[in-house]
Design a protein around this ligand. Structure first.
Ligand SMILES: *Cc1c(COP(=O)(O)O)cnc(C)c1O
Length: 471
C-alpha cells in the first residue's frame, strides 16, 4: 500500500516511510492512496474474534509488506496485553440503543494508549531493522505526552522529550509523565502555553539541519500510524452491535480530528456507518465549519476538557482532501489562505455532501457538568468531562433522529479519575485512581523548567542526548 500527501507534492511512501516521516515534506498529511475494501462476509467473519484478532485483520492491508504477518501479530498481541480490560474497547449501555465505548483501559487511562502502544512497538521493529536511533519530541496539553512516554520508556533505540506548559496541565496528567523513571525519558516544562510548546516543536521540524542531527520524529496524530490502530475499535464495536447487517452511529469528543477521522476511514473500508457526530467543547471551530462552511480561527478557551482545547484541527485536512476530490493543489491553496488570512470557506455543495455523513454539536461548560451529573443519576457511572461532551452531543442527535433503530455509540475517551475535580464537582463523588496508579502521588517527579525559547530547548535536548546515547 502507498500513501500520498494531502498537498500533492511530496513523494508517495509505504507504511514504514510514513511511520518515520510523520508530516510530509510538502507540509501535507499522508493518507492511503486508496482504501482497502472489506466485504460484508469479511466483516461477518470477524464476529466472535478477540480485539487483537480483529486488529490484525484491519491493520494488515494498511501495513502491507513492511512488517511480516507473524511480527505484526506479535506487536498487536503485546500492545493489547497492556490493557486491563480483556476487551480493550468494551461497550456499556447507558440508554435505549445508546452505548459508551470505553477506550481508557490502557496504561495511562485515555484512548491515546490504543494507538501509542502499537506505535512504540512499530518504532522498535523498524529501528532494529534499520539499526538506527531516533529522537521523538512532542508537545502535549495532557494525554498525548503520558501515553507516548509510557509506550517508549526503556526502549533503547528511541529517546523521548515531551514539552508541557509549566503549571498548566492537571496534576494527574503531569505526574503520569514526570514520575516515569527511565533514562530515555525527558520531561520539559516550558514557561508558556501549549501553543508555545507547539510552536517550538514546529520550529524544530522546520530546522532541517537540527531535524537530521537528532533524527527527529513526531508522535502526534499527524502521523498516520497514530490513526490506523484507531480504525479497529470502530469495526470491533459495530460488529458487536450487528454490523455489517445493521448500521451504526458514532459520536466522538473531538479536538485534533484524529479519532473521528479513524471513524471516517472505517466507513471507507465498507463498515455501514450512518452518522459520525463531531462533539466539540466551547472551542467549536469544527462545529462552525460543518454547520456554516466557514473555517475561521479564534482564540483558545481553557475548558474542563483540555484535550479538546484546540483551534487548528490538523487532521481535518485529511477529510478536506476527500471533500475536494483528492485535489492536492486545491488543499495547498486553502491551507495557504488559512495561514495568510486566518480563514477559508468550504464550497457549499461539497459541504452538503459531507453533511450526509457528519453532524456536529457544540457543548458548553455548564452542559458538560450537567451531563456528568445526569449520567451518574441514571446509571451510577462516573464519566470524564471529554466523554460528557460526547454524551450530550449524542443525546441531541438521538432526540432528532428519524430512525431510532440505529444504535448510537459514544466514544468514552478518558477515565474519570484523570479529571477528578470536575467529576466531583458534578456528582459529589471523587473517582479513585485504578490500582496500578495508586502510588502516583508518592513518586518523585523529574522535569526541567525551561524558557519559552526554541534555542534554549534545542541546546537542552543536545546536552541530554550526549549524556544518554554513547557516542
Ligand atoms: C486527545 C483527546 C481527545 C481528542 O481527540 P482528537 O483525536 O484530537 O480529536 C478527546 N478526549 C481525550 C480524553 C483526549 O485525550
Amino acid at each position: 500500500m502507498k500513501y500520498i500527501s494531502t498537498r500533492g507534492q511530496a513523494e508517495a511512501l509505504n507504511f514504514e516511510g510514513v511511520l518515520m516521516a510523520g508530516l510530509a515534506r510538502d507540509g501535507g498529511l499522508y493518507v492511503p492512496e486508496a482504501f482497502p475494501k472489506f466485504s460484508a462476509d469479511d466483516f461477518r467473519a470477524m464476529r466472535g474474534l478477540s480485539y487483537a484478532e480483529i486488529a490484525l485483520r484491519v491493520m494488515t492491508p494498511f501495513v502491507g509488506d513492511c512488517i511480516a504477518g507473524a511480527d505484526l501479530k506479535k506487536i498487536i498481541d503485546e500492545a493489547y496485553s497492556t490493557f486491563v480490560h480483556h476487551d480493550v474497547s468494551p461497550l456499556v449501555q447507558i440508554g435505549p440503543n445508546h452505548f459508551l465505548m470505553q477506550l481508557y483501559h490502557g496504561p495511562t487511562l485515555a484512548f491515546k494508549d490504543v494507538a501509542m502502544q502499537v506505535l512504540g512497538r512499530f518504532y522498535d521493529y523498524v529501528l532494529n531493522k534499520r539499526d538506527k536511533h531516533i529522537t521523538v519530541v512532542g508537545a502535549t496539553s495532557g494525554d498525548t505526552g503520558s501515553a507516548a512516554i509510557e509506550a517508549i520508556r526503556g526502549r533503547s533505540r528511541t529517546s523521548i522529550f515531551i514539552m508541557h506548559p509549566h503549571n498548566r496541565t492537571s496534576e494527574v496528567q503531569r505526574r503520569q509523565m514526570t514520575t516515569v523513571d527511565a533514562a530515555n525519558v525527558h520531561n520539559i516544562a516550558v514557561k508558556g502555553t501549549f501553543d508555545d510548546c507547539q510552536n517550538i516543536l514546529k520550529a524544530m521540524f522546520n530546522d532541517h539541519a537540527f531535524r537530521d542531527e537528532i533524527a527527529l520524529s513526531g508522535v502526534n496524530s499527524i502521523n498516520w500510524a497514530r490513526i490506523m490502530p484507531q480504525i479497529v475499535y470502530y469495526v470491533a464495536s459495530a460488529i458487536q452491535l450487528g454490523a455489517p447487517d445493521r448500521e451504526v452511529n458514532f459520536t466522538v469528543p473531538t479536538g485534533n480530528f484524529g479519532d473521528i477521522f479513524a471513524g471516517y476511514c472505517a466507513k471507507q473500508l465498507g463498515l455501514p456507518i450512518e452518522k459520525l457526530v463531531i462533539a466539540s467543547n466551547s472551542n467549536d471551530i469544527l462545529t462552525r465549519v460543518m454547520n456554516t462552511g466557514e473555517h475561521k480561527l479564534g482564540e483558545v478557551h481553557p475548558t474542563m476538557s483540555p484535550s479538546m482545547d484546540i483551534q487548528i484541527s490538523s487532521n481535518f485536512e485529511r477529510l478536506l482532501f476527500d471533500i475536494y476530490g483528492r485535489d492536492g493543489a486545491k488543499i495547498a491553496s486553502l491551507m495557504n489562505e488559512l495561514k495568510e488570512t486566518g480563514e477559508f470557506n468550504i464550497d457549499a455543495a461539497l459541504l452538503a455532501d459531507a453533511r450526509q455523513l457528519f453532524a456536529a454539536q457544540r457543548v458548553s461548560e455548564d452542559e458538560t457538568l450537567a451531563a456528568i451529573r445526569k449520567v451518574y443519576d441514571q446509571t451510577e457511572m462516573l464519566v470524564d468531562p471529554h466523554t460528557a461532551v460526547g454524551i450530550e452531543a449524542a443525546w441531541r442527535e438521538i432526540k432528532t433522529a428519524d430512525d431510532k433503530a440505529t444504535p448510537m455509540i459514544t466514544l468514552s475517551t478518558a477515565h474519570p479519575a484523570k479529571f477528578p475535580d470536575n467529576v466531583e464537582k458534578a456528582t459529589g463523588v471523587r473517582p479513585p485512581l485504578p490500582k496500578h496508579l495508586e502510588s502516583l502521588y508518592e513518586l518523585d517527579e523529574r522535569f526541567d523548567v525551561l524558557a519559552n525559547d526554541v534555542d534554549v530547548v534545542k541546546s537542552h535536548i543536545r546536552a541530554k542526548l550526549a549524556d544518554e546515547v554513547p557516542a
